[in-house]
Design a protein around this ligand. Structure first.
Ligand SMILES: Nc1ncnc2c1ncn2[C@@H]1O[C@H](COP(=O)(O)OP(=O)(O)OP(=O)(O)O)[C@@H](O)[C@H]1O
Ligand SMILES: [Mg+2]
Length: 413
């Protein structure tokens, strides 16, 4: 039976079944077969057509009032771009690939990426906030106030608007942030359109570092390129004289790499935010693992990223260390100043620094690391080894340029 003659009820039932199936594919990390994606898109189109023509009531063709899943967007057309693929299903937004085709000229197909607000934010706010949850790797929305750190459920449209505005503001910031080509609403949701960036996220390269970055020099070369790029961003943002002179969510997942070309996506936010419970005076939309002081400090975030890239570990996610049975685990001993900082932060209910109590030396994570390089890594996250060998707080580098030049001066690349 063709979809055009099928009853609306039957189309909706089929869509619900396909929706369930495709969700399962997505959750297991596999791509749905093309035939099913096509069938789904055809049903979507037909229901949308019936809505437009008034055969069914507006809204009847959309799913019920549960938050829509990504599959509801498949096959819909924003401007001239038909949404064909899910790229990422985040807490506040979906990233989808849209294609513009020219009939009879498949070679003329062009693609754009659309970041679309979810109907409702996904929250994993159950239970107390701990630094060890897997979710600390994901961007979170937190209400930050002394003694009452809590997760909030942000208004996703507001988050998308803020993000689009921040990206537009950063337009001239060294050409480092992805450009927003359009920001508008579609099907009641805020979205923005970006070019499709070539390459891959830095996270993927770091995960495959053993093969992709087999030598210390190759890791350091990329580290230097990242720091130089971040320096351009920092000076660009300072010149843009906008309200927010930070990226705010620097982490390997938000950095796209294509050879030497580095582009940042997905900025974070620190400020007032509209949430489910109303306007919250100070929120952070960012990743505590990279911003553990809950401040918009991009340099510190980059410091943690340098550890991941060069030493292969994130100091605040010790469980994440690549398994090497032969490696001997040697932890830093903690000095008074660092212990005080950890205690102070914990007393404010900010537990993110606790893992430093069991933090392995850079050399034990990667034996290629020389003592001066280990010192540089520590300084990137505001630490140093004191005269007694214990870890103490140290003034951080003033900017990315200083971080980069201190790395170059080690003479390892
Ligand atoms: N313009 C783009 N070109 C290529 N890939 C992109 C682009 N935008 C996003 N991606 C891919 O999609 C992933 C997710 O995008 P993004 O970081 O913007 O959203 P998110 O982190 O899932 O959302 P949330 O803000 O809800 O956490 C990126 O890690 C990247 O792999
Ligand atoms: Mg992201």
């Amino acid at each position: 039976m063709s979809v055009a003659t099928e009853s609306t009820e039957s189309l909706k039932q089929r869509r619900a079944a396909l929706d369930y199936l495709m969700m399962n594919y997505a959750m297991s990390g596999t791509q749905a077969p093309e035939s099913e994606a096509k069938e789904f898109a055809a049903i979507q189109d037909e229901l949308a057509r019936r809505e437009r023509e008034g055969t069914i009531a507006p809204g009847e063709g959309s799913r019920d009032d549960r938050p829509r899943s990504w599959t509801s967007w498949l096959g819909l057309t924003i401007g001239e771009y038909r949404l064909v693929n899910l790229i990422s299903d985040g807490n506040t937004a979906l990233v989808m690939r849209g294609e513009k085709t020219v009939a009879g000229h498949p070679e003329a197909t062009t693609a754009k990426f659309f970041k679309i607000a979810r109907d409702q934010a996904v929250s994993d706010s159950k239970g107390p906030i701990t630094a060890n949850k897997r979710s600390v790797f994901a961007t979170q929305s937190l209400h930050v106030a002394p003694f009452q750190l809590s997760t909030v459920i942000p208004n996703c449209d507001e988050v998308m608007l803020i993000q689009a505005e921040r990206l537009l503001q950063a337009k001239n910031a060294g050409g480092v942030m992805v450009s927003v080509e359009e920001s508008s609403t579609f099907e009641g949701r805020e979205y923005y359109r970006m070019p499709e960036l070539p390459g891959e996220p830095l996270r993927k390269i770091i995960t495959e570092a053993e093969d992709r970055l087999p030598t210390l020099a190759s890791r350091l070369f990329l580290a230097l390129n990242l720091l130089e790029t971040l320096h351009r961003l920092q000076t660009g943002l300072a010149d843009a004289s906008g309200e927010h002179d930070y990226h705010g969510d620097i982490k390997p997942d938000n950095i796209m790499i294509d050879g030497q070309q580095i582009t940042l996506i997905d900025p974070g936010y620190f400020g007032t935010l509209l949430c489910q419970q109303g306007e919250v005076p100070f929120c952070m939309i960012s990743t505590p693992l990279y911003y553990p002081l809950l401040e918009a400090d991009d340099k510190l975030a980059a410091g943690f990223m340098m550890w991941e890239l060069i030493a292969g570990v994130h100091p605040l996610a010790p469980g994440d260390r690549p398994k090497d049975k032969n490696a001997k685990k040697i932890c830093y001993e903690i000095g008074a100043s660092l212990q005080d900082l950890i205690n102070f932060r914990s007393s404010l209910l900010q537990p993110y620094l606790m893992p430093l109590l069991e933090f392995e030396t850079a050399e034990s994570c990667n034996p290629d690391i020389t003592p001066p390089l280990a010192d540089w890594l520590l300084r990137c996250i505001g630490l140093q080894r004191g005269a007694d060998g214990r870890l103490e707080i140290k003034e951080r580098f003033v900017d990315f340029a200083e971080m980069a030049s201190a790395l170059s001066e080690l003479g390892l690349i």
